[in-house]
Design a protein around this ligand. Structure first.
Ligand code: ADP
Length: 260
């Protein structure tokens, strides 16, 4: 808070990286990582000539290794920088690449900041048009570190239509406003389900996300349904946008990529 009062600290770009886009959520389990991964992969599909990176900044709960089917250890190049691992044309970096699967993550704040610094700065991203950053849930130290260090193009808020998620997403929105980070828009995830019998859409929860968008004078970018295949494809390490590029849900992610 003190730092904020004194004005924004100096931002340092990541060499060669143009646009840094944060994907954030108020709480865990709402589909933030799923959105970040599918968005990154969709951007590569939609704009094949662009270079896309995906930074998993969730040091405590990295999802990118599983969802992008990557588990090698990054090699260090002659500049002592880590080479990102690449799948589906997307350059990825995650804390999950740097520790063994069962390593206990009982870290103190300082170590987390060091890990994050490493993920941000000690990676040879190379020319990168879009760096999608999967942030941890909430509004903690990781966010402050990212926002105080990196020139962020904008943030996407991911929420489900449940009040419990919307309420904490609001806090994230306020944080971005305070830090003068543009809110690109909101992704409403698990928005509805399709009735297997009659194929009509069933709205499970309320429509509080509309109010949230209005409050932050932003738009709902996409409504993503709760769809078994989104989950099963993520679990297999093949994002739905890659595995089933022409299904309805993949098209929603493609539209999202066009909006960002
Ligand atoms: P977060 O990053 O917000 O913690 P995840 O992206 O890890 O959330 O998603 C939590 C779980 O919900 C995962 O198992 C994921 O596959 C599943 N999931 C996310 N979005 C959807 C969706 N639209 N339909 C079905 N399952 C989803």
């Amino acid at each position: 808070a003190q730092m904020m009062a004194k004005g924004l600290p100096k931002l340092k770009p990541i060499p060669n990286v143009k646009d840094i886009i944060l994907v954030s959520s108020g709480k865990g389990g709402v589909g933030k990582s799923t959105t970040a991964v599918n968005l990154a992969a969709a951007m590569k599909v939609e704009f094949p000539e662009k270079n896309v990176g995906l930074l998993d900044a969730d040091v405590f709960g990295p999802s990118v290794p599983l969802m992008m089917n990557l588990d090698d250890t990054p090699i260090l190049n002659d500049k002592n920088l880590m080479e990102p691992l690449v799948n589906y044309g997307v350059k990825c970096m995650s804390m999950g690449f740097l520790m063994s699967e069962n390593a206990a993550l009982i870290w103190r704040g300082l170590m987390v900041m060091q890990a994050l610094e490493r993920l941000m700065r000690q990676v040879e991203w190379g020319p990168t048009d879009y760096l999608i950053v999967d942030t941890p849930p909430g509004t903690g130290d990781t966010h402050l570190t990212l926002l105080q260090n990196l020139p962020i193009t904008g943030a996407i808020l991911v929420t489900t239509p449940q009040s419990a998620s919307i309420q904490v997403t609001r806090r994230g929105g306020v944080m971005f406003e305070k830090m003068k980070i543009p809110i690109i828009g909101i992704v409403e995830n698990m928005s509805s389900i399709k009735c297997p019998a009659c194929r009509s859409n069933i709205q499970l929860f309320g429509n509080g996300v509309d109010d949230l968008a209005e409050e932050f004078e932003t738009q709902i970018l996409q409504h993503i349904p709760l769809e078994k295949e989104i989950n099963s494809s993520s679990d297999k390490g093949v994002p739905i946008i890659i595995g089933k590029p022409n299904c309805n849900e993949a098209i929603v992610y493609k539209k999202l990529a066009q909006q960002v």
